[in-house]
Write a protein that binds this ligand. Sequence first.
Ligand code: NAD
Ligand code: UGA
Length: 457
Amino acid sequence: MTERNILCIGAGYVGGPTMAMIASKCPQCRVTVVDIDSERIAAWNSDHLPIYEPGLDQLVRLSRGKNLFFSTDIERGIRENDIIFVSVNTPTKTFGLGAGLAADLQYWEKTARQILEFSQSAKIVIEKSTLPVKTALAMERILDSGGKEIRFDVLSNPEFLAEGSAVQDLEAPDRVLIGSRETEAGLKARGILADIFAQWVPRERILTSNIWSSELSKLVANAFLAQRISSINTISALCEKTEASVAEVSLAVGMDRRIGSKFLNASIGFGGSCFRKDILNLVYLCRNYGLNEVADYWEMVIRINDYQQERFIQGMLGAMFNTLAGKKISLFGFAFKANTGDTRESPAIYIARRLLEERAIVVVSDPQALKNARKDLSGNEGVVHYVEDPYSAAEGCHAIAIMTEWGIYKDLDFQRIYDCMEKPAFIFDGRNILDHRSCFEIGFNVYPIGKPPLTHF
Ligand code: NAD
Ligand code: UGA
């Protein structure tokens, strides 16, 4: 493969791991990751990476300082590299038109303008961030507005990695999607990017498409995944009314190969930085095109997710004699899923805030996410405590609520935990990961999701 100079703008959960993988698989390429956040860049250059991801430390160590560099010098990065990934954040807009729905494209547009300003030679610009369909058109318009005699080819290469398994997902992706204009130049740029991934991804998994299909596929993939979770969560509510078990229903339904077994775990709802924002983005796009029924359909996925979280709180209240005031509740887990310290949109944030509204005292425990949890719940000093060790976190509590499916919670000594709690002691298993029968036999009143509770009353 030809030697390439590759830049990634945005050193976050996607930019950092993705570029570390490219650098390790393509030793002939020189890969630079830049960010405006100097603290984040310093962390990437240190022994304490800014994000926790299994296997990432080793991956970064393999190439850092050889063909992988982290820097804040964006101008130089743009000047010296001919392939530029843009992997900046695209959160939901909080102001103006489309607030609460549309993607906030200010970081993305700033990057486009910087690329235009500092480029002195032809560039392939790759949308790695998740963006509304048709964003590439806006990118092209900005890049072509400078009157410079420089060629810019815009590609879409959405990222499908999931946090907690990012390294594995990057190493062996189900597919790599590359969208381009179907012009001679577009196809050539597409081929250059495909050759990079082909260094380790089998060619049949490198999918190419027109640029709009590529942009849209990313939003749709997330919407479909989230839709499965909301679907099974609606059924969990019905199971609780009918003495069916949602785990048994998921198993029976998922064994049909046409349906498949993944993403059918009922829970307190999905979290993470993307599902909610990407579905809202899809809803906004549909409304914009006058497709109100389509927008309503996808909006329900979010509404069911909100409903599931509120249902969890109402279940706690009902079980604990309709008052949580002054009661100590320990949240086991705060990350939005296991194997990450990320708490963005974590259902635990909503649950903790609702518990505080009910005047409960909240003890937060998590092996990786306490730093973020402190930020998320700041302003509640005195009524929220942060304790990493689950045994200490449970001491003197009236209830434990499982928020994150961390493996360590399955193997705890629940007799020891029961002995140090207030009685009657409650467990609310928001992830259905515990052995409910044995917790019940110890003495706990156990409330799973989508299964009849096991109580001593
Ligand atoms: P992030 O917030 O972790 O990282 C984005 C980084 O971009 C930040 O460090 C920020 O400082 C930097 N940035 C913003 N504006 C900049 C600028 N003008 N110049 C240089 N740096 C700038 O976000 P993320 O989780 O990595 O997500 C990035 C994109 O990838 C989003 O569009 C997201 O939807 C998508 N995505 C995320 C995941 C995931 O698992 N987190 C997976 C697939 C796709
Ligand atoms: C998700 C997608 O899985 C990735 O393909 C995508 O690239 C990424 O979003 C993105 O665009 O950001 P991620 O949010 O990191 O990845 O994690 P997931 O494994 O999808 O979990 C999302 C949420 O759903 C978590 O809160 C998880 O606990 C919950 N979940 C997942 C369930 O409640 N039930 C399930 O069966 C599966």
